[in-house]
Design a protein around this ligand. Structure first.
Ligand SMILES: [Zn+2]
Ligand SMILES: [Zn+2]
Length: 720
């Protein structure tokens, strides 16, 4: 074995399943053998010619390939790891995220599901060979959850294979809540009882604490494996892959073709619920074979599963489609078309209250309101780039006098044209143009869902045109507006997801403005930090023209909603040739902020219906006060009080039905009206009302005027 002495240490890590073959290793060396899962580490003080050591190790470990990381040029024993807070620490080359977590604390290590290494999600057990930025991921990170659920899909596949030998697998991705795996069971069918048995089997396998072992595989070997297994679906996946990008993951008795990442071992999966069985055409094409899709969800503790199931139960009761119908908020009609909501009078009241709030807030924030048409010529969307990039999400064009017109999918281009209509100087900036704009988007029929996914939406839109110097203040004001709204609506849990660019993709996926990217990303981050706004950063998910902030909120029962997206834009200004004259009398392109804090009426009212379970706070309630006369004798008095209320801008109605008072109260409760005023002999004679508050019951007899004053105050303050 030709070896060359080297003064520095060299760190080599050899991945293998065979621990016991190390004895054959007979270099003159300082030999450290410690096990982190399947990794054995050698520390030697020789530089060995690459191919020789490779051959030697292949022989020693009796294998045809090795995951060997070794570089003659960049031999460094230590690497620099940069943490999210900017701290840089040194670790041995070949360390893993899990090693690093362990070096911090055992408690932390137990929670580490995966890691973000240089912007990519990795196995926590995968060695790191170069300087890297590192974020340890736990169950609380979205990427952590996805990794957890995707790993659970592998576990389910292992269980399925043990119960249905010969089953073939297609793909098993994580979804918003849980995971699924598509499989071909041949002639067999899976029943609900099978699901129960599968859950049991999965728990049993999980308890074995089997590691998810990653292995790089040459294509020929991978093809042989799945040919022998007879899984044509995996062979189909392999067709699109090349040597060097193929990895297998094995846990227990199950091996899957997968690029990963996965959790360290199955022991993390403590609670499992398989939720449903569905049919799914292979590759989503109805000409293909129908595969069996099994959905499930898993958690790191039984408590979390129990909470989730309880939340689902509660969510069912609060389903916005059910409540929307019961409370007369909105309806859909086949003749109007799918995804096109018709807002009923009660829903329209809520819309108008929301718009009132938005207009008040925006007016105080120095916004100016505009109104724009619902259609525009093709040429404008070519300028904006919506055509062809966004074409699939737009309704097909209508042709008029030889010109194509499109329904607008976004309000921005129209607003840009308003900006461009008159010459601008730096004195005109910042210019904030607001509109509750109606947009139309072509969502696939299968994607439509109540108010959450629709084809016509009313957006709380605005575009802010500003200079680079003004950007920080403007962005901060937008952020403050969000926080103000969260307070009003009692949204306690929210996270801003800041999507950043990838410098390697400048000029391709992202506008080629390296400095502006860095500058604006830093400014946005700074605002979020200074305002104590919780946020997470995601690499390589920005919009084409700038960093993007997705706002995620949680309803009172803990369900997550994506409310809106804020975008910083330094490209559209240029495409539309938007300019202002700067201090130096030169033409400059403004930065644009796209923002919609209340999202769309559709999605936001859908959210509010669930959040409040239909029990809107007084200021939003379609009917605020219901007058309930004990008998017909007091109907006139009820009507008089109702008139007084209306004069004070309180939405009041009289229950003039010839029903018993008990029934009137029950029915009003069902309609979730905040205040009920019961009137009879005594109330009429003393000009009073007996007040019942939704959810609280009887709160006593009050003077009509006193009640009106109190209610007005509650409305004005938009109390929860
Ligand atoms: Zn996988
Ligand atoms: Zn916009």
């Amino acid at each position: 074995m030709p070896v060359k002495t080297l003064s520095k240490f060299v760190s080599l890590r050899v991945k293998t399943n065979e621990y016991d073959r190390t004895a054959g290793f007979d270099f003159q060396k300082e030999f450290v053998n410690f096990k982190t899962g399947i990794i054995i580490k050698f520390r030697i003080d020789f530089l060995i010619i690459n191919t020789c050591i490779q051959n030697y190790l292949l022989q020693t470990f009796n294998r045809t390939s090795l995951d060997l990381h070794f570089s003659e040029n960049r031999i460094s024993y230590m690497i620099n790891i940069t943490f999210p807070d900017g701290a840089v620490r040194q670790y041995e080359n070949g360390t893993t995220a899990l090693d690093i977590a362990k070096s911090i604390s055992e408690g932390l290590a137990r929670k580490i599901i995966a890691a973000n290494v240089n912007g990519q999600v990795w196995d926590a057990t995968r060695p790191i060979y170069n300087d890297a930025s590192l974020k340890l991921l736990t169950w609380n990170d979205t990427d952590g959850k996805s990794t957890f659920w995707h790993s659970s899909a592998h576990l389910m596949a292992e269980a399925v294979e043990s119960m249905f030998p010969g089953v073939k697998f297609w793909v098993g991705p994580p979804v918003e809540n849980g995971f699924y795996y598509d499989m071909d069971l041949g002639d067999r069918k899976m029943s609900d009882e099978d699901l129960v048995a599968l859950e049991k089997k999965m728990s049993e396998l999980a308890r074995k604490n089997n590691s998810y072992i990653r292995k790089e595989i040459p294509k020929t070997e991978a093809v042989k494996y799945f040919t022998d297994k007879g899984d044509e679906y995996k062979l189909d996946l392999l067709q699109g892959l090349n040597d060097g990008e193929i990895t297998f993951y094995t846990q227990g008795n199950f091996t899957d073709l997968c690029r990963g990442p996965h959790i360290p071992n199955t022991g993390f999966i403590k609670a499992i619920k398989l939720t449903s069985i569905a049919g799914a055409y292979w590759k989503g094409d109805e000409k293909n074979k129908m595969l069996t899709r099994v959905y499930g969800i898993s958690f790191p503790s039984q408590k979390e599963l129990d909470e989730y199931l309880l939340m689902l139960e509660e969510a069912k009761k609060r389903d916005h489609r059910k409540l929307g119908k019961e409370l007369g908020i909105f309806t859909m009609d086949d003749d109007v078309g799918p995804g096109l909501a018709l807002w009923m009078p009660n829903g329209t009241v809520i819309i108008e209250e929301l718009e009132k709030l938005a207009k008040e807030t925006e007016s105080a924030g120095g916004y100016k309101r505009v109104v724009t048409p619902h259609i525009a010529k093709e040429s404008m969307y070519l300028t904006s780039g919506h055509l062809p990039y966004y074409k699939d999400s737009m309704f097909p064009p209508m042709e008029l006098e030889g010109i194509k017109y499109y329904l607008k999918a976004m309000n921005c281009p129209h607003h840009h044209k308003i900006f461009a209509a008159e010459p601008k100087s730096y004195k005109d900036l910042p210019l904030r143009l607001a509109e509750y704009g109606t947009c139309y988007r072509y969502e696939q029929s299968g994607e439509l869902f109540g108010l959450m996914r629709v084809r016509c939406l009313h957006m709380n839109d605005a575009h802010i045109y500003c200079t680079k110097e003004q950007f920080y203040e403007e962005f901060k004001a937008v952020n403050d507006m969000y926080l103000k709204y969260f307070k009003i609506f009692g949204v306690d849990k929210y996270v801003m997801r800041l999507s950043l660019h990838d410098p390697a993709k400048l000029g391709k996926k992202y506008v080629n403005e390296p400095e502006l990217w860095i500058e604006t990303e830093a400014l946005v981050r700074d605002v979020l930090i200074k305002t104590n706004t919780p946020f997470v950063e995601v690499q390589d998910e920005a919009a084409f023209y700038g960093p993007k902030i997705d706002v995620q909120i949680w309803s009172i029962i803990g369900r997550e909603f994506t409310l809106a997206t804020n975008q910083v834009d330094f490209a559209q200004g240029r495409s539309f040739k938007l300019e202002f004259t700067n201090h130096d009398n030169k033409a400059e392109t403004p930065l644009i902020i796209h923002r919609a804090p209340l999202g769309t009426h559709e999605r936001f009212i859908g959210f509010l219906l669930e959040h409040y379970a239909g029990k809107f706070p007084l200021w939003l309630a379609p009917v605020q006060v219901k007058l309930l006369p004990i008998s017909d004798k007091f109907l006139n008095y009820a009507k008089t009080v109702s008139q007084q209320l209306k004069k004070a801008d309180i939405r009041a109605e009289v229950d003039d039905r010839n029903e018993k008072i008990g029934k009137k109260i029950r029915d009003t409760e069902l309609m979730k009206v905040p205040y009920m005023l019961v009137v009879g002999e005594k109330e009429m004679n003393e000009n009073k009302v007996a007040v019942r508050r939704q959810g609280k019951g009887d709160i006593g007899v009050k003077d009509v005027v006193a009640f009106i004053n109190e209610a007005k105050e509650e409305i004005l303050e938009r109390r929860e």
